[in-house]
Design a protein around this ligand. Structure first.
Ligand code: HEC
Ligand code: HEC
Ligand code: HEC
Ligand code: HEC
Length: 137
């Protein structure tokens, strides 16, 4: 009888540990669904609407090409680490080397789409209205 209880307890513990790990992992894995980028805390007034971002369409690209954390000019962020919002570092206006949020997004998204297009490769939107949804009223 005793050993049975032990086995069951061990099993429960194992399941709990596994669940905790997969939760922690899920928080650092690229989301399967589309994200809606709409930095309300930075842009108080929007000239454009929110932007849909499908991670899935960017599977072929290394995480480090978009996610970063610089130490001594080097990107020290690695896949699996916690992901901070771009707006955690890029603000309404540029601060030293840190570009303002609007520029950070455009330099990242639009420049890459333009480059892929120039190379005749599959690419994402370049026109404003293809990225920015209609502005909310
Ligand atoms: C590849 C996608 C993409 C394209 C194309 C694009 N943008 Fe953006 N833009 C973004 C993202 C992402 C943001 C950040 C939005 C946020 O955080 O709310 C942004 C932010 C902005 C902002 C600051 C927020 C606001 O609404 O005031 C402006 C202004 C803007 N874009 C204008 C433009 C204009 C004008 C064009 C066309 C010349 C353009 N964008 C093309 C992705 C794009
Ligand atoms: C083409 C650019 C790009 C690539 C490649 C990319 N991401 Fe992202 N990721 C983003 C953007 C943009 C956001 C939204 C950031 C924000 O809201 O400030 C984001 C958000 C996230 C989030 C937070 C999700 C949430 O719900 O807030 C996680 C976790 C993440 N990425 C993980 C990854 C991992 C892991 C990889 C590589 C397998 C990856 N990303 C590749 C651009 C990218
Ligand atoms: C932890 C802080 C931090 C986060 C989070 C962060 N950045 Fe940056 N980013 C920086 C710093 C610092 C630099 C300047 C690096 C240098 O030149 O030394 C930079 C540089 C850039 C550059 C190149 C500079 C330029 O003028 O074009 C782009 C593009 C960029 N970030 C886009 C993004 C995007 C998009 C996200 C979100 C997916 C993001 N960043 C998240 C800190 C951050
Ligand atoms: C390093 C290059 C790169 C960066 C950075 C990048 N993209 Fe893309 N994006 C691509 C490529 C390549 C495709 C086409 C993928 C395919 O069709 O296989 C794409 C596709 C897309 C699509 C899908 C278009 C469709 O037809 O379904 C959207 C939307 C998009 N990108 C938005 C964004 C936004 C918003 C950002 C910035 C937050 C961004 N991308 C950053 C390379 C990039």
């Amino acid at each position: 009888m005793r050993s049975r209880v032990k086995i069951i307890l061990t099993l429960c513990l194992t399941i709990a540990i596994c669940a905790a790990f997969s939760l922690a992992y899920a928080a650092t894995k690229a989301p399967e669904g589309d994200l809606l980028i709409h930095s309300k805390d930075v842009f108080k007034e929007f000239k454009q609407g929110p932007v849909k971002f499908p991670h899935v369409k960017h599977k072929a690209i290394k995480c480090e090409d978009c996610h970063h954390d610089f130490k001594d000019g080097k990107n020290v962020w690695k896949e699996g680490q916690e992901v901070k919002k771009c707006a955690a570092c890029h603000k309404l206006e540029a601060e030293g080397k840190v570009a303002k949020l609007e520029k950070a997004y455009h330099d990242n998204c639009v420049n890459c789409h333009k480059k892929a297009k120039a190379d005749n490769k599959p690419t994402g939107p370049i026109a404003c209205a293809k990225c920015h949804e209609k502005k909310e009223k």
